[in-house]
Write a protein that binds this ligand. Structure first.
Ligand SMILES: [Zn+2]
Length: 178
């Protein structure tokens, strides 16, 4: 679906894929069942979703991450989205660990998906790559992509679809106002 150029660097790509496990507005959704969520987690070496409550938590976490990526694209309220991340952080455990090759790093206990993805978000903030992971500005799409443009100015997942649609809609709105 997405071009290779949209892939995020390193571990951040997993965050992008997690947010894109559902195609908005109406699916398909890889996390629509416990079996689906387990298969997704296992395919990326993460501890599988435990039960229905954990699945609900994962789905909520996905949409909160999407809100953060939408905010990275200049839409919505970033501080509100960070605030809503608190319960997900509280649901899991992260600690500092020594990696002899890399030094100190944030270690997700039990390899749970939420802890692992949060550790990656933290690391990408340090690396300066976080702000380039974005959700498409078209609100019915909000597909996650990595912005590799020189001046970090890309607003849509695809100019051919969402970008042109958004421009055409703005044109229609302007014409209506005349
Ligand atoms: Zn889009």
């Amino acid at each position: 679906m997405s071009a290779a150029a949209d892939l995020a660097p390193g571990g951040l790509e997993l965050v992008r894929r997690f947010v894109n496990t559902v195609e908005l507005p109406s699916g398909p959704d890889e996390l629509d069942s416990l079996e689906g969520a387990r298969a997704w987690c296992l395919s990326y070496g993460l501890a599988p979703a435990k039960d229905a409550a954990h699945l609900q938590l994962l789905r909520g976490f996905r949409e909160t991450l999407r809100d953060l990526l939408f905010a990275n694209n200049g839409e919505g309220d970033a501080s509100d989205a960070w605030e809503r991340l608190r319960p997900f952080l509280a649901s899991t455990r992260l600690s500092l660990a020594v990696d002899p090759q890399r030094g100190l790093e944030l270690s997700p206990e039990d390899k749970g998906p939420i802890a692992s993805l949060l550790a990656t978000v933290y690391e990408s903030q340090l690396l300066g790559t976080w702000n380039r992971l974005r959700a498409c500005r078209k609100s019915s799409c909000r597909f996650a992509y990595y912005d590799r443009t020189k001046n970090a100015s890309r607003a849509w997942c695809s100019m051919a679809t969402c970008g042109n649609q958004a421009k055409a809609q703005r044109r229609r709105e302007r014409e209506r106002q005349r």
